[in-house]
Design a protein around this ligand. Structure first.
Ligand code: AMP
Ligand code: MN
Ligand code: MN
Ligand code: MN
Length: 282
């Protein structure tokens, strides 16, 4: 069990819990430092921070930015954000527009495949029109019995290149990093092994990420085997990157990615100074 969890979601993106409930759950599970990193949204951060102050949790204000790199949808975490940054606020506003437009485009494709009312259904599962995610569509397809599992919904309809996928319109990784660099103490390449890239292309991605000012690689997660650490740590070392860790918790219905349920990295690899994580935390 880890006491520092630097990746999690609330209902302000595709998570299930309110920011308050998320923070309370973290505290109950012994997580002492928690980053809330909703997809392209800062909406839950103030509520999470207020609850964290009551629970004795250090709340890291974060975001998981959807970006594109060579046609691949790459997720970049910005941790310890200056939420007052004008360029960050304007990037988040434009990403929300992209997300709202994309939701309608996905629904149109699903409609053409014979699934009616998907926009309204996904919207009903979301906090707002600009936080509708593919997971909400996947949940609806599962609820209708179109697919058995969420994975199947992504494999058949929502994943890159599948029947209801829409072309990427997210900010370029470099531009996203430049903006986060101005507003964040630390930028992290999220779940590097989940992009389905060959090691050659993944090495290229990590090289470009570091060259564009990225600062850390996510190495320890509940679903990433400890056996994968050495390769990632070697890449981090090669590019003078730090390492990060986090559950990518979305809610109690995904118990395989529970808060704090992963192996803690050695303290010196984590961006502790950048985020003023105190030494008592680990
Ligand atoms: P979006 O931000 O709308 O593009 O959706 C990406 C999100 O979909 C990820 O953060 C996950 O929560 C979810 N997701 C992606 N692939 C899968 C999958 N194979 N099974 C379940 N959820 C997935
Ligand atoms: Mn998600
Ligand atoms: Mn992600
Ligand atoms: Mn995530």
């Amino acid at each position: 069990m880890a006491t520092i969890d630097l990746h999690s979601h609330s209902l302000h993106s595709d998570g299930e819990l309110s920011p308050q409930d998320l923070v309370r759950r973290a505290a109950q599970r012994g997580v002492r430092v928690l980053a809330l990193t909703d997809h392209d949204s800062l909406a839950g951060l103030d509520a999470a921070a207020a609850e964290a102050a009551l629970c004795g949790v250090q709340l890291i204000r974060g975001v998981e930015l959807s970006t594109q790199w060579q046609g691949v949808n790459v997720h970049v975490l910005g941790l310890c954000l200056d939420t007052g940054s004008a360029s960050l606020q304007s990037l988040i506003a434009s990403q929300k527009q992209v997300r709202a437009r994309r939701a309608r485009a996905i629904a149109e494709r699903l409609q053409a495949l014979g699934f009616a009312g998907m926009y309204e259904a996904a919207l009903a599962r979301s906090e707002s029109a600009d936080s509708v995610g593919r997971l909400h569509f996947a949940q609806e397809l599962q609820a209708r019995g179109v697919v058995r599992t969420l994975q199947q919904a992504f494999d058949r309809y929502l994943g890159s290149g599948r029947k209801a996928a829409v072309p990427l319109d997210w900010v370029d990784m470099d531009a996203g990093l430049a903006c986060l660099r101005d507003a964040a103490a630390c930028t992290v390449l999220a779940h590097p092994l989940r992009y389905g890239l060959s090691r050659t292309r993944l090495t290229r991605l990590i090289t470009d990420f570091a060259a564009a000012g990225g600062q850390a690689l996510e190495v320890s997660t509940p679903v990433q085997a400890v056996g994968e650490w050495p390769w990632l740590q070697m890449q981090a070392q090669k590019h003078a990157l730090l390492c990060s860790q986090g559950s990518d918790f979305h809610g109690p219905s995904s118990p395989w990615a529970e808060l704090g349920a992963f192996v803690e990295l050695p303290a010196h690899l984590l961006p502790r100074e950048q985020m003023s994580i105190d030494d008592q935390a680990a």
